[in-house]
Design a protein. Structure first.
Length: 97
């Protein structure tokens, strides 16, 4: 079993935090968070994860509450992890700042 954690900086205040676990080279769980640094601390703007046993995208309100859950059940965990990272890289500017 392997655990990986890394950060991808998108601008001076925005980054993607990636955490995932693999077993025999396959992703078995992950969380990818779009983060923003604010004067009061780091804030989660949105996240993808595998809680509930299926990959999904949690769209959050400006206060950090769940606004909507979008299921990605057509994607494997491996594909969903890549999708999540690429989505935040390409669309981070569309999230509440």
């Amino acid at each position: 079993m392997g655990e990986e954690n890394f950060v991808i900086w998108l601008d001076e205040r925005t980054y993607v935090a990636v955490d995932f676990v693999t077993v025999k080279g396959r992703v078995v769980t992950f969380v990818v968070r779009l983060m923003r640094i604010d004067p009061s601390g780091d804030r989660v703007l949105s996240r993808f994860d595998t809680a509930h046993g299926l990959p999904h995208h949690d769209l959050l309100t400006p206060k950090g509450n769940l606004a909507r859950k979008v299921w990605l059940d057509e994607l494997s965990f491996d594909d969903a992890l890549g999708y999540a990272i690429n989505h935040f890289k390409e669309h981070h500017e569309n999230y509440e700042s």
